[in-house]
Ligand binder design. Structure first.
Ligand code: NDP
Length: 331
């Protein structure tokens, strides 16, 4: 890998973008998340390869959070190093996001959604990422003990103070989303985007959230569209030792994989019939909803990223394919 990075000249030639709700911002249909594979436990050279390859293919959006690692904070620190060495000249072409709201630091201010937690966390994130601002700052999860107006006020302040260009929230229910959107709008900082999980085996957002987002003109960026790797060829035969399900800090439980195995095999057969890999079909499937601006993926190698990007070559589904998928994984 060369020491100096020069982005591919044709990086936008085959890239696909979509508008985020009714905003002015476009995001790539596939975005890259740094929750896994970018911590201090992961080789920096692979991290750099994945980020370079992504940007070379027109992935302009990298998604982080204060607690990504492990250890917490290390994904932002590693990203900051690679950003300053490789991507700083391309800052204006990048949409960088971070979040606060999950456990990050000791004491009462290292978690949840108070104004104190959110603003101090964002300041720490900017230092670790070595940037002057992020493009999107998220409340990472709703906080049942902080008034929604305080959390939204902190997002508004993050934008007004120049620390962030846009505000978003993650994992807010349809009702919480509708209320938070009104508060932010009244403050003069509209909500740009909602981040929630969505995949063939997790269709919760179809039960109300997409309707709220469509009404309010807010875009959805959906995380774990591969169900953390379950909707790929990774687990068709067994649980490979280098897979997320086999790792101690992986979050994906081996029991979850085992429970879903017959569905994975059946979905794989439909993907084969479409001439796609299971991963490619799973990505195309989340992108079929008009509310979904971008599929937010993880990748532990450039090979995975390349396979996933090829999903964009075949996004259409026949009615019979959709019906077959519904039968395997109903809403
Ligand atoms: P995915 O569902 O895309 O899972 C990614 C994992 O699947 C990879 O790390 C890899 O795991 C495996 N994989 C990917 N492509 C392939 C392939 N082609 N073949 C085989 N295996 C493959 O998403 P994530 O769960 O990683 O989440 C994506 C992003 O979403 C995060 O990085 C984060 O930015 C965001 N997120 C946000 C949350 C929130 O609360 N707002 C919560 C969770 C995620 P392996 O290690 O096995 O190779």
């Amino acid at each position: 890998m060369s020491l100096h990075y020069l982005a591919a000249a044709d990086r936008y030639e085959h890239a696909h973008f979509a508008r985020v709700g009714r905003s002015g911002l476009m995001l790539p249909r596939i975005s890259l998340g740094l929750w896994h594979n970018f911590g201090d436990v992961d080789p920096l050279s692979t991290q750099r390869e994945i980020l370079r390859r992504a940007f070379d293919c027109g992935i302009t959006h990298f998604d982080l959070a204060n607690n990504y690692g492990p250890p917490p904070g290390s994904a932002e620190t590693n990203f900051g190093r690679i950003f300053s060495e490789d991507f700083a000249p391309y800052r204006d072409e990048l949409i960088l996001s971070t979040k606060a709201g999950h456990p990050m630091g000791p004491g009462p201010y290292g978690d949840w959604g108070s104004r104190k937690s959110l603003i101090s966390s964002l300041d720490q994130s900017l230092k670790r990422m070595r940037v002057d601002y992020v493009d999107i700052f998220y409340s990472h999860r709703p906080d049942p003990n902080t008034p929604l107006s305080e959390t939204m006020g902190a997002l508004d302040h993050a934008v007004r103070s120049g620390r962030a260009l846009y505000a978003g929230f993650s994992k807010y229910s349809p009702d919480q989303t509708a209320e938070a959107v009104q508060i932010l709008r009244a403050l003069g900082t509209p909500c740009l985007i909602h981040q929630s999980s969505y995949s063939i085996v997790n269709r919760q957002i179809e039960n109300g959230l997409t309707g709220v987002l469509a009404n309010e003109g807010i875009g959805a960026i959906v995380f774990s569209p591969l169900a953390q790797g379950m909707l790929t060829a990774r687990y068709l035969k067994d649980i490979p030792p280098d897979s997320r399900a086999a790792k101690e800090h992986g979050f994906l439980q081996t029991q979850t994989v085992e429970k879903n195995h017959s569905r994975i095999v059946a979905l794989n057969a439909i993907a084969e019939g479409r001439g796609q890999s299971l991963a490619q079909m799973a990505i195309a499937w989340v992108l079929r909803l008009p509310e979904v601006t971008s599929a937010l993926l993880g990748a532990s190698s450039v090979r995975q990223l390349d396979e996933n990007l090829a999903a964009l070559k075949h996004l259409e589904f026949s009615d019979s394919e959709l019906t077959a998928i519904d039968q395997i994984a109903p809403v």
